[in-house]
Design a protein around this ligand. Structure first.
Ligand SMILES: Cc1cc2nc3c(=O)[nH]c(=O)nc-3n(C[C@H](O)[C@H](O)[C@H](O)COP(=O)(O)OP(=O)(O)OC[C@H]3O[C@@H](n4cnc5c(N)ncnc54)[C@H](O)[C@@H]3O)c2cc1C
Length: 387
């Protein structure tokens, strides 16, 4: 927490109740729900609005792919969490936000009044206008990714006729790297002993954008040993219909195409009437409150702090949880808000899907079984809070 700055725009509803609405239950808003279950704000009412009745944890997705966890381990049941907190859960599609009236509109539901709103609907894979066919599996919604992947594998499996499955992962950031490491186990679990020709495609000159050179070298060595075809400096211009086409006309055939690009803002953010950054994420102060004069916060991937933009990562979203809780209470009491400072360094752990992981911390990288045990411990501990 940092310096205090004044909050703005909090008006108690006519009922005298303090209505807190969480739109999107991800890494940050889930903390509020948990905190509320422990010690609800007196006179407060909590409403959660979500597109799914579960919250899915991206950190464990690679482990589910690799068969290290069951699907349920990466999910938390929002009905149960809301029950425990005495909160109302509305599962549905938000169609509008009326900022001045402090109302959120959900299709087929009476408008939801709020005294404080926290928007944390995450991000979506970016493909900047590049057409993606229906057969391209995007990561979001995360809740349905494995189901969609399995369906696709069951479709293409019988057509292989003895030849290897061709798979292309678009996006060579940390997420795409983990998918490329862990996908083979899922393919094997579903299709048995088929061969797999796996390509990892990235527009940057090198994979692992944001990772340290030593980590990238370890990742490269591992891919080489596994025969993964890493194609860098390839800007995808079209994907779908069994082909990934990159600029220059190169065509990579693939039975399975997975897009792990991003993050980009969910389109609805552009229609809310709230200030956005150049990419379209909601602009916030360092208190996480949007720069609009309204009691609205934007957290996790959804928000970008003006003058201090950090990359979008779950570790930041998690650390914002306690700050959001503090500011929610302070805004209600009319006290100055506290500020959030993104940590400069954090531990990065990449699951290699074979009972080991690659770790990076302050420029040093490691690889081994202990790295996986550490990742497993951290991820289990995080999800245990919600399961
Ligand atoms: C494969 C992969 C692996 C990753 N691994 C890591 C990692 O190891 N470490 C790390 O720090 N970061 C990781 N990330 C990044 C991390 O997932 C995000 O930064 C993080 O999820 C952001 O948290 P959030 O709460 O903003 O959004 P989310 O966790 O995405 O939560 C948003 C929630 O809002 C809901 N929602 C979405 N749209 C709507 C809507 N319109 N209405 C209602 N609800 C909605 C969603 O269902 C979801 O529950 C990974 C990303 C990917 C794709």
């Amino acid at each position: 927490m940092g310096d205090a700055t004044p909050g703005s725009g909090c008006m108690r509803s006519a009922s005298g109740q303090f209505n807190v609405v969480l739109w999107g239950i991800g890494h940050t808003n889930a903390h509020i729900l948990r905190q509320w279950a422990r010690s609800p704000i007196p006179g407060g009412r909590l409403t959660c609005v979500s597109d799914f009745s579960t919250f899915a944890y991206s950190g464990m997705l690679s482990g589910v792919l690799a068969g290290q966890y069951a699907q349920e381990r990466m999910e938390a049941d929002l009905c149960r969490l809301c029950d425990a907190a005495g909160a109302r859960l509305v599962v549905g599609e938000v169609i509008a936000l009326r900022v001045a009236d402090q109302r959120l509109e959900v299709r087929g539901h009476p408008p939801i009044a709020f005294d404080l709103l926290s928007i944390g609907i995450g991000s979506i894979p970016a493909h900047s206008g590049v057409p993606w066919g229906n057969d391209v599996l995007g990561f979001k919604p995360l809740q349905t990714f494995n189901e969609r992947l399995d369906r696709r594998l069951r479709e293409v499996g019988p057509q292989l006729d003895g030849r290897p499955l061709k798979a292309a992962v678009i996006g060579g950031g940390a997420g795409g790297i983990e998918v490329a490491f862990c996908l083979p186990r899922r393919v094997q679990a579903l299709l048995g002993d088929v061969g797999l020709d796996l390509s990892l495609i990235d527009s940057h000159a090198e994979i692992g954008n944001g990772l340290h050179g030593g980590t990238v070298r370890r990742v490269r060595r591992e891919f080489e040993a596994r025969g993964v075809d890493v194609r860098t400096g390839r800007h995808v211009v079209r994907a779908g219909g069994g082909v990934v086409e990159v600029d220059g006309g190169e065509r990579i055939e693939a039975d399975l195409i997975i897009g792990v690009t991003g993050p980009a803002p969910p389109p609805i953010l552009g229609s809310l009437g709230l200030p956005t950054d150049a990419k379209g994420f909601l602009q916030t102060r360092s208190t996480l409150q949007t720069t609009a004069d309204a009691p609205i916060f934007a957290v996790g991937d959804t928000g970008t702090i003006e003058n201090a933009p950090a990359s979008k990562a779950g570790v930041y979203a998690v650390r914002q949880g306690p700050i959001l809780w503090e500011n929610l209470v302070r805004l209600r009491d009319g006290r100055p808000l506290v500020t959030y400072k993104p940590q400069r360094r954090f531990l990065k752990l990449l699951n290699t899907g074979d009972g080991r992981a690659i770790a990076e911390y302050i420029g040093l990288s490691f690889r081994g079984r202990w790295c996986w045990l550490l990742k497993d411990f951290i991820d289990r501990r995080f999800m245990d809070q919600y399961q």
